[in-house]
Design a binder for this molecule. Structure first.
Ligand code: MBD
Ligand code: FE
Length: 311
């Protein structure tokens, strides 16, 4: 039996009381958001006739989500993080910023504090018998096409099991394995010597995978490498590239794939001279073009809780 109570005075007053919206105390912006979201939930319960059993299933799900520490993972999987990118793309377009390497989501697995080196960094600390050597390199340029000196390129990626250091459930990796930071010189160039990653899969017993199972979706990402690129006179770029040829490139559970973020993987020899574990190695050139500050400011800095460690 469907009933409609959302529009009643009693419910509207309950919403205003529960969010303290009529008071001058508290955080006005926070109250505005909570009032809206709680109201949207109340309305959905009315519209879809969501049962008490279904509501309590949802409440208990939130407990598991928190226990598993997966709220940010779920945000990626439900496209919420992608949605924020779509909004930032649209706001760039509205103010006439186009071009530049496309942004794509950060994801939940960054760790601040990786050792910063000049120009080149070898970031594979732990041996990984199943991963072949990979060199990632490119030039950072600004809006005028000029090389950017003093840019900091950070990268992080998974090992051959799809696990990231710091978050590896097997405990097998050292701090900052497969994570690095390089400062460009006058030529704008950066290079990481590393190992080929494999795609990530959500923890099979975690809350995110549980939700995905219920809606018949997988929780896997194609192999990819994340980047933050910062410099004093351009906006920070948050992006990733995918490893060409991965079958999940257009089936990423986190919707991070973009046309311009699938660089070619070339095969090279001469790895021994570079200190790589084999002479034959894969080479990916990924050039990075930054966008200008907006009225002197970086308007796309995102503040979120991030892990950090000391190298
Ligand atoms: C990842 O490696 C990732 O990049 C995202 C977005 C979500 C989960 C794992
Ligand atoms: Fe990732």
């Amino acid at each position: 039996m469907s009933v409609r109570v959302f529009e009643t005075k009693e419910v509207q007053e309950l919403l205003r009381a529960a969010t303290n919206i009529d008071s001058n105390d508290g955080n006005a912006r926070f109250k505005q958001i909570v009032h809206r979201l709680l109201g949207d939930l109340f309305k959905a319960i009315d519209d879809l006739d969501i049962t008490p059993d279904e509501v309590w299933t949802g409440i208990n799900y939130l407990n598991k989500l928190g226990q598993d520490g997966e709220a940010a993972l779920l945000a990626a999987g439900l496209g919420l993080e992608k949605y924020l990118d779509i909004r930032m793309d649209a706001s760039d377009k509205a103010i006439g910023i186009d071009g530049g390497t496309p942004r794509t989501i950060e994801g939940p697995l960054y760790v601040a504090g990786a050792p910063l080196r000049d120009g080149v960094s070898k970031i594979d600390i732990d041996p990984d018998v199943d991963a072949g050597p990979l060199v990632i390199h490119g030039t950072v340029t600004g809006p005028d096409g000029q090389q950017v000196a003093g840019a900091v390129v950070e990268c992080w990626h998974a090992n051959s099991k799809g696990f990231y250091s710091h978050f590896d459930p097997t405990g097998a990796q050292s701090d900052f394995n497969l994570r690095g930071a390089v400062r460009t010189g006058a030529d704008g160039k950066y290079e990481f010597r590393t190992l080929m990653p494999v795609g990530y899969g959500c923890p099979p017993h975690g809350a995110t995978q549980q939700l995905l199972d219920e809606i018949a979706r997988h929780g896997n990402r194609p192999a990819h490498v994340h980047f933050f690129v910062t410099s004093d006179s351009q906006r920070k770029l948050t992006t990733q590239f995918n490893i060409e040829g991965d079958p999940l490139i257009w089936d990423d559970f986190a919707y991070a794939t973009r046309e311009d973020l699938i660089p070619h993987v070339a095969e090279r020899s001469g790895g021994t001279a570079l200190g790589l574990k084999a002479d034959t190695y894969k080479d990916i050139e990924f050039n990075i073009s930054l966008t200008p500050l907006v009225q002197g400011k970086d308007n796309q800095i995102v503040n979120r809780l991030r892990a950090s460690a000391t190298a």
